[in-house]
Design a protein around this ligand. Structure first.
Ligand code: SF4
Ligand code: SF4
Length: 425
């Protein structure tokens, strides 16, 4: 057995915790999870059945942790997992799963397949079977602090530009601020208007906030590739910065998996509770709305619909807040079929977007999003995740659909009441 395979099998064994073992032993092989996964529904290929993607982990569980599995292995009746098999499974584990969690919602015995995929990636990465794109992103996240290689001077340049444009100050390293805002590299490079939008909204609502120059990146490539040590290190950087600035809460930006990583996985990864609260930007904005501190005027006239990012809605429970917010700025807001907790993924989450090899499959399964959009004849699409936004735009272009995509925070900021104006709520 090669050293990398040995490391991989060891990582698989480590990844099989109580929940994973009980999920495998409870599976009744009903196949319902297949019909919840867009990689299966849009291709009809049984290899994309969610539970099938976990086969290497299932085999290690069976051979190592079940009586009959050990018995069969001892008598040479079952073969150990080989490096070739892991190589064959690499695309199933990384290219055809966005860890969207939709399959977990329909499993009659409650198997959290998205969690099991993440555990499977631990073994795959340790065995050297992770996609190049994710390896590069994780390396840059550790060494540079951003999966896209965005350094502090790039953020500072965007901040200076936004400050000049909007005539306001964007606070950096403000000790004792109430909120510390994280950003995704995509927001810094592709959608800096998000930073301008929060600055304008927070100024109007008189919110005390800051960005940390030491930990501004929200995305966590360690979770996507399946290396817990990297994931923990990236979370720890945020924790250190938040503690240094003594903030009351950290705000996760318009990025789905960043929210899941810091809010739900973060304390488990570093092994202790946070001394601060974690909120998604939608939760903060909706709280401001409730308190009467978010004053808007006018409404979007075109038919708008909302794409629920999987990690924010289904896995994160932030369902009502974006709808409350959209309803104050949209005259004709319509829900897509299966919107909310059963929404269909954009196809690019869970590291799929960082994995070029998966591009063709990702665009093929976008057909599901097309059907959802066609059903409501949407004229505009709003979302709360910059990763979704980029790949929704790409999918729409591929399918020749002329539907503009915007971020919800910016949409709100566009309707802010200017100083001296009355406004309506
Ligand atoms: S988590 Fe989502 S993409 Fe992954 S197998 Fe389940 S339904 Fe498919
Ligand atoms: S839905 Fe659940 S029980 Fe049915 S095959 Fe999938 S994982 Fe197994």
């Amino acid at each position: 057995m090669s050293a990398s395979l040995e490391r991989g099998i060891h990582a698989f064994k480590e990844a099989i915790d109580g929940p994973v073992a009980s999920f495998f032993s409870s599976c009744v092989h009903c196949g319902l999870c297949a019909h919840a996964c867009l990689f299966y529904t849009e291709t009809g290929d049984p290899k994309y059945t969610p539970i099938h993607k976990l086969e290497p982990l299932r085999r290690v569980w069976k051979q190592e942790y079940t009586f009959w599995g050990r018995y069969a292995r001892a008598f040479g009746l079952s073969k150990p997992v080989t490096d070739e098999e892991l190589g064959e499974w690499e695309t199933l584990v990384y290219d055809s799963c966005t860890m969207c969690g939709r399959c977990s919602m329909v499993c009659p015995v409650g198997n959290d397949i998205a969690y099991m995929i993440r555990r499977t990636r631990e073994g795959m990465a340790a065995a050297g079977h992770a996609p190049e794109g994710l390896i590069g992103a994780s390396r840059r996240a550790v060494t540079i602090g951003s999966p896209m290689g965005v350094k502090l001077p790039a953020l500072e340049a965007q901040i200076r530009h936004l400050e000049q444009e909007a005539g306001l100050t964007i606070p950096v390293d403000l000790e004792g601020a109430d909120y510390m805002c994280l950003l995704s590299s995509m927001e810094i490079m592709n959608f800096p208007e998000y930073i301008g939008a929060i600055a304008r909204i927070f100024k109007q609502a008189n919110v005390s906030w800051t960005i940390s120059s030491e930990a501004f990146e929200a995305t966590n490539s360690g979770i996507q590739i399946g290396v817990s040590e990297i994931a923990a290190e990236l979370v720890q950087r945020v924790v250190d910065a938040a503690e240094k600035l003594q903030v009351k809460a950290v705000i996760s930006p318009e990025c789905g998996h960043a929210y899941m990583a810091i809010r739900w996985e973060g304390p488990n990864l570093i092994g202790k509770p946070f001394s601060f609260q974690v909120m998604h930007i939608m939760e903060v904005l909706d709280q401001l709305r409730e308190e009467g501190r978010l004053k808007t005027t006018g409404k979007e006239k075109q038919r708008l619909t909302y794409h629920d990012p999987c990690q924010i809605a289904r896995r994160g429970g932030v369902l009502e807040q974006p709808r409350n917010l959209l309803n104050i700025v949209a005259e004709d807001f319509v829900e897509m079929p299966e919107a909310g907790k059963m929404n269909w993924c954009c196809g690019a989450g869970g590291g799929v977007s960082a994995n070029e090899r998966a591009d063709e499959l990702r665009l093929r399964v976008f057909n599901r999003k097309k059907s959802q959009l066609d059903a409501v004849r949407a004229e505009g699409l709003v979302t709360a995740c910059s990763n979704c936004r980029i790949y929704l735009e790409e999918g729409l272009e591929e399918y020749h659909m002329d539907i503009p995509v915007t971020g919800l925070t910016e949409t709100i900021a566009e309707h802010l009441v200017e100083e001296g104006e009355g406004g309506e709520r």
